[in-house]
Design a protein around this ligand. Structure first.
Ligand code: ZN
Length: 182
């Protein structure tokens, strides 16, 4: 099932999402739907709040990125907790399926340690760096109600205000199904 993607301006994107209890929902089915939704929109990451669900789950699939190690970076993160972030900050131009047509450079630490449950409810603890860490940080922000635009300077935010306002009114045609905020 392909869900419409919630656009900037919807309050669900600003909420801190809650943990999922084991057995509460079919996480494998939801993961499949989230992958389908993400792939239909040519995304490399999608968090549950972006389909209107305020729960701590996100999926990533780095295979469209032509970089070593990204081909098999396809994962489901449930109730994730970033335990540590380290190494120098680096800038990278990010985009977001909920904020179509906006790309801005965001600075984030290069590496992290994360603990999460996979789709089999097996607890994992892993280290990531570079692009993988970047994608995880962006999606992890979503389950904490943070958008990449929140990381920008006051000036950048001011410059983007008009564009963000038109997105929140649905004046955007990203080529995938969207849910326009009320
Ligand atoms: Zn995003």
């Amino acid at each position: 099932m392909i869900y419409p993607i919630v656009l900037y301006g919807d309050p669900v994107l600003k909420q801190k999402a809650r943990d999922i209890e084991q057995g509460e929902i079919d996480v494998k089915q939801l993961a499949e739907d989230m992958f389908d939704t993400m792939h239909a929109a040519n995304g490399i990451g999608l968090a549950a709040p972006q389909i209107g669900k305020s729960i701590r789950m996100f999926v990533v699939d780095g295979s469209p990125i032509e970089e070593e190690g990204m081909q098999d970076f396809k994962k489901v993160f449930i109730n994730a907790e970033i335990l540590e972030e380290y190494d120098d900050d680096w800038g990278f131009e990010e985009g977001c399926l909920s904020i179509p047509e906006v790309r801005e450079t965001v600075h984030r630490p290069e590496a992290l340690l994360i603990r999460y449950y996979d789709e089999d409810w097996t607890l994992q603890e892993e280290e990531y760096e570079g692009m993988k860490a970047r994608i995880i940080q962006h999606e992890y922000d979503h389950i904490d109600g943070i958008l990449f635009t929140d990381h920008l300077s006051t000036l950048k935010k001011k410059l983007l205000k008009g564009k963000l306002s038109s997105i929140s009114k649905g004046r955007v045609q990203p080529g995938y199904k969207v849910r326009i905020p009320n």
